[in-house]
Design a protein around this ligand. Structure first.
Ligand code: ITT
Length: 188
């Protein structure tokens, strides 16, 4: 019988899963949702956070699984909120971020995808440069209404092709190319 899913996405954030599922579908990878609260260590490195999250995810899910850790890094705030992006969004939100940012608006969004199965762990990361807008534009989730990726005039929230250019897309594309090759070598 054909497997329903190739790999699971462990997260408490359905928005991240929905985007990841659409992105991986383009590579022929079927992504299931493993809705859970993951152990998040305190660290200034989103790679280290993702690594811990994925071992915790595999111990709960017991199937090939990926997790994602993201951060919005604002240059003039020395990279804040970075690894604390989830907490900062829940506390001060976009309104608070806009109050903190002055004339220097450069920022970048980073994603780390971590994969774990019975035999191995692998990490895939990506970064997209951009700017923080002067006010919110659009109704997207998280920081979508205030992040304008480099080379674009609109925020993530207003872009129709977010999933073709985003930090998530760039990291998932690296994962997908590796994963497809790995599956082919298993079935060869
Ligand atoms: P899990 O750890 O359970 O997967 P989370 O929401 O806590 O979910 P992160 O720790 O990676 O995920 O938090 C990063 C935060 O950055 C997230 O909560 C959003 O507020 C924000 N974020 C990440 N990617 C985003 C995107 O594409 N658009 C808007 N905001 C994003």
């Amino acid at each position: 019988m054909q497997q329903l899913y190739d790999v699971f996405f462990a997260s408490s954030n359905k928005n991240k899963y929905q985007e990841a599922r659409a992105i991986l579908a383009e590579f022929g990878i079927k992504l299931g949702f493993f809705n859970c609260k993951l152990l998040e260590i305190q660290s200034d490195s989103i790679r280290k956070i993702a690594l811990h999250k994925v071992t915790d995810a595999f111990s709960q899910c017991k199937k090939p699984v990926i997790v994602e850790d993201d951060g919005l890094f604002i240059d003039s705030l020395s990279g804040f909120p970075g690894p604390f992006s989830s907490y900062v969004f829940k506390t001060i939100g976009n309104k608070g971020i806009l109050q903190l940012v002055n004339t220097k608006r450069n920022a970048n969004f980073q994603s780390v995808i971590a994969y774990c199965d019975k035999k191995q762990v692998a990490l895939f990361d990506a970064k997209i440069k951009g700017k923080i807008s002067k006010k919110t534009h659009g109704k997207g989730w998280g920081y979508d209404p205030i992040f304008i990726p480099h080379g674009q005039k609109m925020t993530y929230a207003l872009l129709k092709n977010k999933n073709e250019i985003s930090h998530r897309y760039l990291a998932l594309r690296k994962f997908a190319m590796w994963f497809v090759r790995k599956q082919q070598s298993i079935y060869r």
